[in-house]
Write a protein that binds this ligand. Structure first.
Ligand SMILES: *[C@@H]1O[C@H](CO)[C@@H](O)[C@H](O)[C@H]1NC(C)=O
Ligand SMILES: *[C@@H]1O[C@H](CO)[C@@H](O)[C@H](O)[C@H]1NC(C)=O
Ligand SMILES: *[C@@H]1O[C@H](CO)[C@@H](O)[C@H](O)[C@H]1NC(C)=O
Ligand SMILES: *[C@@H]1O[C@H](CO)[C@@H](O)[C@H](O)[C@H]1NC(C)=O
Ligand SMILES: *[C@@H]1O[C@H](CO)[C@@H](O)[C@H](O)[C@H]1NC(C)=O
Length: 818
């Protein structure tokens, strides 16, 4: 693993030195593990490491289990002075440097189990003065020796050692341990035990001994060992026993002599004969607690031969995972009155019990607690077991028949109704699918567990005396029943869409409604519960709308109106889709999401205002006028082209000398002055004989010559087209008249269209107008005034003759040229 320094090129060595600081160069070979959480707990298990990886020096817990680490060097754990827990469980460790753990002054727990350690070095533990728990199980060492291992472990409270390979335990090896909470010794193949080796450990809380071989083959060894650890206060747990012969029960004599009170046997096989012998061996012993977990019984329950034995002290019998090989030959316990009359607590769990005969029930005169969970009871056999509801087990306080094959709630309620002290009834994990309208219950019942059934509805069958009710994992979707005494209600795993109404449970303190289909709950829902302290409502299908998110984040998270003991992180959004799976407490909803109506109305209002403002602006800028103009132009252009084509054949193009464009308000001037002057000229003029007689001109006036029924713009355009000249009578009135502007613009459009020459337009100013008086939008008129000469109507009578002359001249120019 470690590369010798000499093989590293000098530069690389330098770089390694730079990068690693004071750490040894061997670190360059070591992988790192970064799987540490905020509490500095580093879980580096199942990561295929073959050497101890580098982790932060701040680590408090380091889990290196299930890797392939083969050795721990003296450098590997340097600097971990803060480490409290180190697990090297299930690696391939065979070599640990003698000072590998030397810097772990704070280490409280060390797990070296399931490795390949052949020799345990006492030097490993020299500096571990803080160590409280040490696990050395399942390593192939044959002895703990030769040196005392645990002398320096003054704080040690839990010690586990041994394996199938362990052959000897000597006094010296384990010396120095004084008191332990727990001792585990795996010595299935133990050959030598120095009597008294474990005798100095006192007080001793729990001792677990796996002594399969010694119980079978060397009972004197097993006796010595069992005797050394047996005390009245110590819980003695013996594992993996095959009690085949009478001798194999010998060791119990030693324990009996020490008057042990708590005995458990785990994973044992035993026969009727050995049971009787066991009862005889423990005759008169103040054994109060007897537990068998994982028993294979060869026999028929014929234990009555031990009827003379005394087990007065027996208070609790606990049998679990019992296999009775000849189950159908099994007799009732009728003869076992000597044994059954004492215990107050009996548990027979997962033992294939399909009935307990009523006669047996009669024998259990002291019984207060009966647990028959995970058996094969049916409604029918339960009737036999509870003697048809005659109240036989009159002191019974707790009855647990969870995990059987019961179906009728009314049957069980009738059977227990006479048990006048019954407070706890656990009938969970049965097949109850229906709840009758009323059921008789003992008035003392406080606790009822009907979880994991198939109930669809809740009825007044439930007793009002209940304080704790568990209805989790059913098919309920509503709960309408007043339970005034209820303090705890468990409804997880149902189909509730909303919280039940709080006023029905005025004393409720704990409500669990996890894993339902709740979409939300609100402050008023919570307010209806007057005493609720703890709500668990995670893993529901929350609709993360604004009301709910807002309520959750401000009232629950910030103001803490309710304690959510299942953790705020289990409250996840189910909808809307884009928030699915996110924690309700950490989503952020925008204003748009939250105030949609407000947002829509505000934006519509804004759009309206903007629209109005744009309209005002356009109106101010005369945009409509421009648009109208543009439209008129386009129409006119198409119309005039069409007309021109038609007219080529039919009528002569020009029929007027001039089209007069004027405002209606200037009509009097046009009718009184212009028309008489140009259409009917007075030739008797100041005796100017040599002048040619004044010709009469034909004028086009909209009042007179426009075709009625035609669009005004068309009329104007056709008038302009059919006239040689267009005369504009300019005045303030003209500038204010819309259709005068069409005329102006159209004639101008024609001008630049190249159909007529520039002189086609004649401007007459009725009032003195300067270019600047003309509004800016009449840019064409302004341009015309700049380029075209215009005639001003003189206010002075004397100068009018000259004006008419000039006008005539202007009108006649083209005619002269032709
Ligand atoms: C570490 O992670 C493994 C799974 O990789 C898990 O089984 C184990 O319980 C975890 N250990 C701790 C202490 O959390
Ligand atoms: C049984 O154990 C004792 C005590 O360790 C030992 O002296 C004896 O040799 C063992 N007997 C057998 C048959 O192994
Ligand atoms: C139970 O004990 C037997 C020996 O009697 C042993 O072979 C077996 O592995 C044990 N079972 C367990 C689960 O420990
Ligand atoms: C009844 O037994 C089940 C399974 O053994 C257990 O989970 C439950 O807690 C027991 N109920 C009571 C009231 O002790
Ligand atoms: C009700 O019974 C179930 C199943 O036996 C168990 O898990 C649960 O803890 C019990 N409920 C209460 C409140 O004890």
């Amino acid at each position: 693993m470690r590369r010798p320094i000499t093989t590293l090129p000098p530069l690389l060595l330098f770089l390694v030195f730079l990068c690693r600081g004071q750490r040894s160069n061997s670190d360059s070979d070591r992988p790192s593990c970064h799987r540490c959480d905020l509490t500095f707990s580093c879980n580096c298990s199942h990561a295929q490491f073959i050497v101890v990886p580098m982790v932060t020096d701040d680590a408090l817990t380091l889990d290196l289990s299930f890797n392939n680490i083969v050795m721990v060097t003296d450098d590997d754990l340097k600097g971990h002075a803060r480490l409290r827990v180190l697990s090297l469980h299930a690696n391939r460790l065979s070599e640990i440097h003698s000072s590998a753990f030397a810097s772990l002054w704070s280490l409280e727990e060390l797990d070296l189990s399931d490795n390949e350690i052949k020799i345990i070095n006492h030097k490993w533990f020299r500096k571990l003065g803080a160590l409280q728990r040490l696990n050395l199980l399942h390593n192939p060492y044959r002895s703990l020796g030769p040196h005392p291992l645990f002398k320096s472990l003054v704080q040690l409270r839990r010690l586990s050692f041994g394996s199938d390979a362990l052959e000897e335990i000597g006094r010296a090896h384990v010396s120095g341990i004084d008191q332990l909470e727990e001792l585990r010794v795996h010595g299935d193949n133990l050959r030598r035990y120095e009597p008294g080796a474990l005798a100095d450990i006192w007080p001793l809380g729990h001792v677990y001994l796996s002594l399969h071989g010694p119980f079978l083959n060397n009972q004197s060894l097993a006796s010595a060992m069992l005797g050394d650890v047996s005390y009245p206060e110590t819980w003695v747990i013996l594992e993996n026993l095959h009690l085949a012969t009478s001798q194999s029960l010998q060791p119990f004599r030693e324990a009996a002599k020490k008057r042990i009170r708590y005995l458990s046997l785990h994973n044992v096989s035993i026969s009727d004969q050995r049971v009787v012998e066991f009862l005889v061996v423990t005759d008169g012993v103040p054994l109060t607690f007897l537990k068998f977990d994982g028993v294979t019984l060869k026999g028929e329950g014929r234990w009555e031969k031990a009827y003379q034995t005394d087990h007065k002290a027996l208070d609790e019998v606990y049998l679990r995972n019992v296999i009775v090989l000849d189950v159908y030959k099994f007799v009732s316990f009728l003869q076992l009155g000597f044994l059954l009359q004492y215990p107050r607590k009996v548990s027979v769990i997962n033992a294939g019990v399909f009935v307990m005969p009523c006669a047996t029930s009669y024998l259990l005169v002291n019984l207060q607690y009966l647990d028959l969970s995970d058996n094969l009871l049916t409604d029918l056999t339960l009737q036999e077991t509870l003697c048809n509801g005659r109240g036989t087990l009159k002191d019974l306080r707790v009855l647990n028949i969870s995990g059987n094959a019961l179906k009728s709630l009314s049957t069980v309620s009738q059977l227990v109704t006479k048990l006048s002290k019954l407070t706890h009834l656990d009938i969970s994990r049965n097949g109850y699918s229906w709840m009758p309208q009323s059921c008789p219950w003992p008035p003392t019942l406080r606790y009822l567990n009907i979880s994991q059934a198939k109930l669809n509805t809740v009825t007044p069958c439930l007793p009002v005396t209940l304080q704790v009710l568990d209805l989790s994992n059913n098919n309920l979707n509503s709960f309408l029943l007043v339970l005034p005494a209820l303090t705890e209600l468990y409804l997880s795993g149902n189909k509730f869409l909303m919280l039940p109404l709080g006023w029905m449970f005025p004393n409720l303190q704990i409500l669990n409604i996890q894993s339902n289909t709740l979409t939300m709950f609100s402050l008023s829902d919570l307010a209806s519960y007057s005493r609720l302290k703890d709500l668990q409502a995670g893993q529901n299908k929350f609709d993360c709308n604004c009301d709910f998110v807002n309520f959750f984040q401000s009232d629950i998270q910030r103001r803490k109106v309710m304690h959510l003991s299942d953790g705020e992180d289990t409250y996840l959004c189910d909808s809307p889709l884009y928030l699915q799976g996110r924690a309700v407490g950490r989503v952020w909803l925008s204003i748009v999401d939250c105030h949609r109506v407000l947002f829509v109305s505000v934006s519509c209002g804004l759009a309206l205002i903007v629209g109005v403002m744009v309209c005002i602006l356009l109106w101010r800028l005369h945009a409509f006028w421009y648009l109208k103009m543009m439209w008129a132009w386009l129409k006119a252009k198409r119309g005039s082209q069409r007309r021109r084509r038609i007219r080529h054949e039919t009528e002569p193009l020009l029929s007027f000398d001039a089209f007069i464009s004027y405002s209606e308000r200037d009509a009097s001037w046009v009718e009184n002055f212009l028309v008489p002057e140009l259409e009917e000229p007075r030739n008797t003029n100041e005796g100017d004989m040599d002048s040619t007689p004044l010709q009469s001109l034909s004028l086009c006036l909209h009042k007179r010559d426009f075709l009625p029924g035609q669009w005004i713009v068309d009329n104007i355009i056709s008038a302009i087209e059919r006239s040689r000249r267009t005369v504009f009578i300019l005045s303030e009135n003209f500038l204010q008249s819309d259709w005068c502007r069409y005329e102006l613009d159209f004639s101008h459009f024609q001008l630049f269209d190249g159909h007529t020459d520039r002189d086609a337009v004649i401007l007459i100013l009725l009032e003195p107008l300067s270019r600047d008086d003309i509004p800016k939008r009449f840019c064409k008129l302004r341009k015309l005034m700049g380029s075209t000469t215009y005639l001003e109507w003189p206010q002075d009578d004397d100068r009018r003759a000259e004006f008419w002359n000039n006008l005539r001249k202007a009108l006649r120019t083209v005619e002269d040229e032709t």
